[in-house]
Design a protein. Structure first.
Length: 92
């Protein structure tokens, strides 16, 4: 039987916490692992590019959605400050 895990959803203020840091914090919450024990985010995505894209200050920046897979989790970052993390494989 497969259990479906609820996604971990966190909301941030991009002027206080950069998106790349928010992703690591949310992954840490979702996995129960210390951020230092997670695979390096920079190995998966250009963190400077992610930060610039989401915090560019353009009028349509809230409409941005970036999704990628990191550490066996699907990560979605929204321009409005939302980070959603969910496991890509729920088989137990």
């Amino acid at each position: 039987m497969n259990e479906v895990s609820d996604p971990t959803i966190r909301r941030y203020d991009w002027s206080v916490v950069p998106p790349s840091v928010a992703v690591v914090e949310t992954l840490s919450d979702a996995t129960g692992r210390d951020p230092i024990d997670l695979p390096t985010l920079n190995d998966t995505i250009d963190t400077d590019g992610l930060d610039a894209l989401c915090t560019g200050g353009k009028p349509d920046s809230e409409a941005i959605t970036v999704s990628f897979v990191h550490a066996d989790y699907e990560v979605t970052v929204l321009g409005d400050g939302t980070v959603i993390v969910e496991p890509i494989n729920d088989e137990q």
